[in-house]
Design a protein around this ligand. Structure first.
Ligand SMILES: *[C@@H]1O[C@H](CO)[C@@H](O)[C@H](O)[C@H]1NC(C)=O
Ligand SMILES: *[C@@H]1O[C@H](CO)[C@@H](O)[C@H](O)[C@H]1NC(C)=O
Ligand SMILES: *[C@@H]1O[C@H](CO)[C@@H](O)[C@H](O)[C@H]1NC(C)=O
Ligand SMILES: *[C@@H]1O[C@H](CO)[C@@H](O)[C@H](O)[C@H]1NC(C)=O
Length: 675
């Protein structure tokens, strides 16, 4: 009895706490104030690309952004111009004028205020239902690896793990926990002595399998069928893992995925540098009119991007992006690992000198690697890296919280001494974050180049020694500068911009950046710029860049893009199938993800996902029409050329043909591997 009362009390308390959290910053007045604050503060917009300013790739997770980044942007840009990878944290060494021209990360638009004033932005958008399915599948896949590592698995130290990269840093542990609770129970079920027949499916088609007798059959006799056949496992709704439908309804999906592209363009994701982003997202969920208002801000914002492509039209997007970057499919292609990047003072780039004298990426002394990768050392280093990445996340959260406190105090006209105190708190939180980042960078520095990071992650990361004091100073200068700018802006008020006519979403948006021209003016400006982009030949210090370094002979970026994208797709398909093989019930049926499995998802579930993603659905439409518009402009200028239809490598072509034939024979297509 007392137990019951205690239970009820606990429940009641939990509900109260939940409410308190939900109702935070949700009154209309407060939401209006947050909106005003947002519009005031987040006025910086993307600049046109000229060839000598920084190009930032705003990488929305699950938009094939990894392919876009490593097969297109990276291959088209000489190593000497690339910034160090920044997926775990920003690694720009000189914020005021970074000595590199291409930066990519999963940060949201709030990071743009930390980048140089004339930063240009690229992005890829995707239909939100596809993006959500892809995110679910990827999180389940990566989490399933934690369940049972393959026999030959070795942790690679010095690369960042998928689990270190937002939003996987939350989603992978979430699913890993779910799997750990469910999979062992599902596998412990006892089967009848003769076993049961289950319907299975592979790329060739459907068949029957009996796990106990270990038999496979194309068809069953009437007697066999009479014993009952287990239907094909529903990969999105089964006893092994949280169903797609439940995940779509779960708060973590709203926090990290639903409308995620729009939130990223607005700079208000869960990973935002703005401390009030969480409260502001809650406001948007609650008030329709604020949601429409901010959607218009996002639509206007992407029009200023140097490139907006879509995942469903990846090849056209790649071709259009090249033109926007002042390149063409016939431009040179470059190889070169992530350690060969700009920022090393001097001519061109140098080979990385690692501790034990290994050569660059991919090369290296096998024996030395084996010697060093004995389990103890590796897992110890991996654990250390993971801990440091966690400290960064925590420091980031503290910075966000203190920024929020400061903003609250400023909004409520608090005593100047309190504001000053909170400003100091923000500064020291920022220093803590930088310290944590430096510590991670320096631990990586001590590791041999070829002993990469924890898991061979979705996103590999290299390291670069950074000027600690310099970066710290510049971060502060930057913060100061943006405050000044903000104060100036407050006096001048904000202009009214015209919304995107091309999508029929006419109307005006208040409070977007000043000087935002009409769609026609912007198109005209892009036309002028597209034929005028001239790429850098000297670095920020005036040194000649070595543009021949790592150039791949007898090929071009269009050909290399197609080849690299196909290879990436094949690799991730086979890796996914391997990983998912452990998600198996006692009767032997297992989770698989492919176009065929996606086609069987009930419409009701797809509609549910769609209903959570109205902003992203609208933004994706804008992306499609922007892509059409820009391709038309580029064609009018005779600048647009398609990427090659097929890759040049005959063995790969042959293998793909085989697979396509097999797929046709079984009426099945291979899985959607666009990341
Ligand atoms: C950053 O870049 C600017 C402009 O090139 C330069 O004046 C400054 O010295 C650089 N700072 C550092 C720390 O390298
Ligand atoms: C699919 O399964 C059937 C029956 O086990 C088998 O004959 C066929 O080779 C398999 N196909 C593939 C592509 O694995
Ligand atoms: C089941 O049969 C396959 C061949 O059809 C064989 O490769 C496999 O080792 C068998 N597994 C067990 C557990 O007997
Ligand atoms: C981001 O989302 C995760 C998972 O829901 C949550 O634990 C975390 O507190 C969120 N962080 C911020 C800054 O909102």
């Amino acid at each position: 009895m007392t137990y019951m009362v205690a239970m009820l009390l606990t429940l009641f308390l939990a509900v109260c706490i939940g409410f308190a959290r939900l109702s935070q910053a949700q009154s209309l007045a407060e939401c209006q104030a947050l909106t005003d604050h947002y519009l005031e503060k987040h006025h910086k917009e993307a600049s046109p690309y000229t060839g000598s300013n920084l190009l930032y790739f705003l990488h929305v997770p699950r938009t094939a952004g990894r392919t876009f980044q490593s097969c297109l942007l990276k291959m088209g840009v000489p190593p000497a111009l690339r910034c160090p990878k920044a997926y775990d944290h920003l690694r720009i060494t000189n914020m005021s004028k970074p000595n590199c021209y291409l930066l990519s990360s999963h940060d949201d638009f709030s990071v743009v205020s930390m980048l140089p004033p004339d930063v240009a932005v690229l992005t890829q958008l995707r239909d939100p239902v596809d993006r959500f399915l892809s995110a679910y599948e990827f999180a389940v896949e990566v989490a399933s690896r934690s369940l049972k590592r393959p026999r030959n698995y070795r942790r690679r130290v010095g690369r960042i793990a998928t689990e270190d990269v937002w939003p996987w840093s939350y989603l992978v542990p979430f699913f890993a926990q779910d799997l750990q609770a469910k999979v062992p129970a599902a596998q412990a079920k006892v089967l009848p002595p003769g076993g049961v027949w289950s319907e299975m499916e592979n790329k060739t088609g459907a068949y029957f399998f009996n796990r106990v007798t270990n038999q496979t059959k194309e068809s069953l006799t009437e007697a066999e069928a009479a014993q009952g056949i287990l239907p094909m496992l529903d990969s999105y709704d089964n006893e092994l893992v949280m169903s797609l439908k439940d995940f779509a309804k779960h708060p973590i999906a709203s926090e990290l995925l639903h409308n995620g592209a729009t939130f990223q363009v607005l700079g208000i994701t869960n990973y935002s540098h703005w401390g009030d982003a969480g409260g502001f997202r809650a406001c948007l969920l609650r008030y329709d009119h604020l949601r429409s208002q901010m959607l218009e801000v996002a639509k206007n914002r992407v029009q200023r991007f140097t490139h907006v492509g879509t995942t469903d039209r990846l090849h056209e997007s790649a071709a259009a992006a090249l033109v926007s970057m002042g390149l063409s499919v016939n431009s040179a292609a470059y190889s070169g690992g992530d350690e060969e990047v700009a920022g090393r003072r001097g001519v061109g780039v140098q080979h990385r000198q690692s501790g034990n004298g290994n050569a660059g990426p991919g090369g290296g002394d096998r024996a030395a690697v084996d010697d060093l990768s004995n389990r103890g050392l590796n897992s110890e280093a991996a654990a250390k890296l993971q801990l440091l990445a966690k400290l960064i996340r925590e420091a980031r959260r503290r910075l966000q919280n203190s920024q929020k406190e400061l903003v609250d105090a400023q909004k409520s006209d608090s005593d100047p001494s309190i504001v000053k105190m909170l400003q100091d708190k923000v500064d020291s939180a920022r220093n803590e974050l930088i310290d944590a980042q430096e510590r991670l960078a320096s631990v990586r520095e001590t590791l041999p180049a070829n002993l990469g990071g924890a898991e061979r992650a979705d996103i590999g990361v290299s390291d670069l020694s950074v000027g600690h004091a310099a970066r710290r100073r510049l971060l502060h200068e930057d913060a100061g500068a943006s405050q000044q700018q903000q104060q100036q802006q407050q006096g001048s008020g904000t202009a009214t911009g015209t919304a995107d006519g091309a999508t029929g979403a006419a109307g005006t948006t208040e409070g977007t950046a000043e000087g935002l021209g009409t769609a026609d003016e912007m198109a005209e400006q892009r036309r002028r710029l597209a034929s005028k982009v001239t790429l850098q030949t000297v670095d920020a210090f005036g040194y000649q860049l070595d543009l021949e370094y790592r150039k791949i002979p007898n090929t071009n970026v269009g050909m290399e893009f197609v080849r690299c994208a196909n290879r990436a797709q094949e690799r991730s398909t086979s890796r996914r199938d391997q990983s998912l093989a452990v998600l198996r019930t006692a009767d032997g049926r297992h989770v698989t993800f492919s176009k065929a499995t996606r086609r069987r998802i009930p419409q009701e579930v797809l509609d549910l996902i769609r209903s959570y993603n109205t902003m992203d659905t609208a933004l994706h439409k804008v992306g499609l029409s922007l892509l059409d518009q820009r391709i038309a402009e580029q064609k009018a200028e005779n600048l647009y050329q398609e990427v090659p239809k097929e890759e040049a490598d005959p063995s790969l072509v042959a293998r793909r043909m085989q697979r396509m034939q097999a797929a046709r024979a079984g009426g099945k297509a291979s899985g959607d591997e666009l990341r």
